[in-house]
Design a protein around this ligand. Structure first.
Ligand SMILES: *Cc1c(COP(=O)(O)O)cnc(C)c1O
Length: 373
């Protein structure tokens, strides 16, 4: 199988696998227990907390481990807003049109509690521009949320610029960095971010673990998303998932090396060259400065369903339209870029791992060629 869907989930790195096995064997105690083993588990969790905090220029006390970026996004939107410290008459939220689906689901829910949502459209290159965000901020805006790197295009949004605007206007700023963490550098102060969401399985860590950064967490009045026995500073109850956290920590250490290998291979440009050489009609969505592991390709002269069907056993590809129940729904990211439904159906998000080879790309290109209309 040629795996071309690392943006959906990156295969677990060998280093992570080893540390998970070790953690399941040795760190089985409950980190809340006051005996020696419990304390060892707690210490090892806090080392990962420090590592993650260091990586983004934050304090360990500002990191809460969660089940992943979806939960972190939920916490960012639902835990801070109802708190009494916030002016209760501020009920306006601004999000980018290219956010991850879960952000839209959270906003739909918040609409029911009287929040008004503004959606900022990207430019033709798929970028959420800071001036577009600035235009919609109002007196009653409480929160702006714009992701760092887009998961369908690989485009990088100007987070520091948007953060500066939010800071000046006294608006909370959240960024989902699931696709950029450990790929490009992140600094919560330079970016003026108040909250940030992370996911381990996008960097070769295990699924079901992630984190949320909340600036000055200790001073804030937070509504728990999961009420429990006080774990994670009361934000998220439940026994802390020590083995998964240790695997996440190993991924933070190991992933950048693997990603460098991937970047150096220039696999993205190789694919584009081969498409040209094979005279395949294609269009790349997003701008030039995308991350090297991801490419969004529209193939106007290719029979998309034939390509998928013929290669079911060989290629793991993400199509630009997701089958939700029986209806095919065009990706909201692609339609925000102005693609028609038909164009979205002819669009593939191809995302690489460090194991990808030039032969894999040759296979992909010949498969596309064979599926010509
Ligand atoms: C994958 C992804 C998520 C969801 O992360 P989970 O850890 O699977 O909940 C959220 N946002 C972005 C940008 C993602 O790529």
């Amino acid at each position: 199988m040629i795996y071309l869907d690392s943006a959906a989930s990156y295969p677990v790195l060998p280093e992570v696998k080893a540390s998970l096995i070790e953690a399941f064997e040795l760190y089985y105690a409950n980190s809340s227990s006051s005996h020696l083993l419990g304390e060892q588990v707690l210490k090892s969790i806090d080392k990962v907390r420090e590592k993650l905090a260091d990586e983004i220029g934050a304090y360990p006390s500002e990191i809460v481990f969660t089940s992943g970026a979806t939960e972190s996004n939920n916490i960012a939107f639902k835990s801070l807003l109802p708190s009494s410290l916030m002016a209760s008459n501020k009920k306006h939220i601004v999000i980018g049109a290219t956010e991850h689906k879960c952000i839209f689901a959270i906003c739909d829910y918040l609409k029911g509690s009287g929040y008004d949502i503004s959606i900022v459209m990207p430019n033709t290159q798929g970028i959420i521009e800071s001036r577009s965000v600035e235009k919609v901020i109002r007196e009653d805006t409480i929160l702006v949320s714009v992701m760092h790197v887009n998961n369908e295009l690989g485009t990088v949004n100007p987070i520091a610029e948007i953060g500066e605007i939010c800071f000046k206007r006294g608006v909370l700023f959240h960024s989902d960095v699931a696709q950029s963490f450990c790929k490009i550098s992140i600094d919560v102060d330079e970016m003026n971010v108040d909250m940030m969401s992370f996911s381990a399985h996008k960097i070769g860590g295990p699924k079901g673990i992630g984190a949320v950064y909340i600036r000055d967490l200790r001073k804030r009045d937070i509504t728990p998303v999961i009420h429990g026995a006080g774990q994670e500073q009361g934000v998220r109850g439940g026994t802390i998932a020590a083995p998964l956290i240790l695997g996440f920590g190993t991924a933070i250490d190991a992933f950048p090396r693997h990603y460098q290998t991937l970047s150096k291979s220039n696999i993205r440009s190789y694919l584009l060259e081969q498409l040209k050489a094979s005279k395949i009609n294609f269009k790349v969505n997003g701008n030039r400065d995308v991350l090297p592991h991801i490419i969004s390709l529209t193939l106007p002269d290719t029979n998309a369903s034939l390509l998928i069907r013929d290669n079911e056993q060989r290629l793991c590809l993400a199509q630009g339209s997701a089958c939700s129940s029986k209806d095919i729904e065009a990706s909201h990211v692609l339609t925000a870029l102005g693609l028609t439904r038909e164009q979205a159906e002819q669009t593939f998000r191809i995302s690489f791992t460090n194991d990808i080879t030039y032969e894999n790309i040759n296979y992909l290109v010949s498969a596309i060629k064979k599926a010509a209309n």
